[in-house]
Design a protein around this ligand. Structure first.
Ligand code: MEV
Length: 313
């Protein structure tokens, strides 16, 4: 029996823009997807026991099978190897939290252990990146990198195909956040393709937005490292406006962002692929975190109370 885990994540700055080489900032959260793999049975079977948004597993089932096939190829494993895969863990299957990447990392680690393969993190990350292509089409690599290594990270895709630019970041102290789920399952691949197409068709509108997204990531990094959380929040708000302009927000995401800001969150934005999925609000201190979380729950949405910048992750 082989076991493995992968971290969930929130993107604080730069989703979608990162696909095109703009830097972004991502933080792992203290929830993981876990996998157990046994080399038994016939072909590949998956038992998925994650807590998910309604319809998540059905929407992702075909992509999940394709992702495992891609992963086996990347790991140099015969696709006919019998593998019975169980997936569970504390990370909910909500769109936007890197659940697909976390599951790919968990499965790759569990398969490697079960088959007695020595796989350093770098190779696990690579296999999960290949698997992500099934879910995101043309992924940046930010989700699988966060799922593999954890922590708070600066990420910039290497557009020439070499290793991506990844740096570990540190905040003076961990900061509370609230993640609110719209409950809507989103198709990341369609969202990523939509942005690429609109960008290609309308460079006059899109180029300045992409330029500003890069500046926001740089300012976001400086202010996070300095612990200037008011400024971090203001930049998150501006990042959300950019995401609205590239048409990846939704009515429910804007509603959650509005509730969080009204309750005093320092900033709030959608996180991940958008079109549904989740929003993240910066809520330093347990009291503010609770206030924002409760207000969102009262409107009938699910929340996760967690932190960014936690050293051990
Ligand atoms: C999804 O969590 C983040 C996107 O930018 C896609 C990617 O970077 O692969 C939308």
């Amino acid at each position: 029996m082989g076991k493995g885990s992968g971290y969930g994540k929130v993107i604080l700055f730069g989703e979608h823009f990162v696909v095109h080489g703009v830097p972004g900032i991502v933080s792992a959260i203290d929830s993981t997807t876990d996998a157990v793999v046994k080399k038994i049975g016939k072909g590949i079977s998956v038992k998925d026991e994650r807590k998910t948004a309604k319809g998540y597993s059905e929407e992702k089932r075909l992509q999940q099978l394709e992702s495992i096939e891609r992963m086996l190829k990347a790991m140099g494993i015969d696709p006919k190897t019998p593998l019975s895969i169980w997936i569970g863990g504390t990370l909910p299957g909500f769109s936007g939290l890197g659940a697909s990447a976390a599951s790919s990392v968990a499965i790759a680690r569990a398969i490697a252990e079960e088959l007695g393969m020595t796989m350093p993190d770098e190779r696990i990350n690579q296999a999960a990146y290949e698997a992500e292509k099934a879910y995101a089409g043309n992924p940046s690599g930010i989700d699988n990198t966060a799922a593999t290594y954890g922590g708070l990270m600066w990420f910039q895709k290497n557009m020439s195909g070499g290793p991506d630019f990844v740096e570990r970041l540190h905040t003076p102290q961990p900061v509370e956040i609230v993640i609110g789920s719209t409950g809507k399952v989103a198709n990341t691949k369609a969202m990523v393709e939509g942005v690429a197409e609109r960008k290609r068709k309308n460079p006059q509108k899109y180029d300045p937005l992409f330029k500003r997204a890069g500046e926001i990531a740089i300012e976001g990094r400086k202010t996070l490292e300095a612990g200037d959380l008011k400024k971090v929040g203001a930049l998150m708000n501006e990042n959300h406006t950019l995401l609205q302009e590239i048409e990846v927000s939704s009515r429910e995401l804007d509603l959650l962002v509005g509730i969080a800001r009204k309750q005093g969150a320092f900033g709030a934005k959608l996180t991940g692929g958008g079109g549904g999925g989740c929003m993240v609000a910066l809520t330093p201190g347990r009291q503010l975190q609770e206030k924002v979380a409760k207000a969102i729950e009262q409107q009938g949405f699910e929340v996760l109370r967690t932190m960014i910048g936690v050293q051990k992750l």
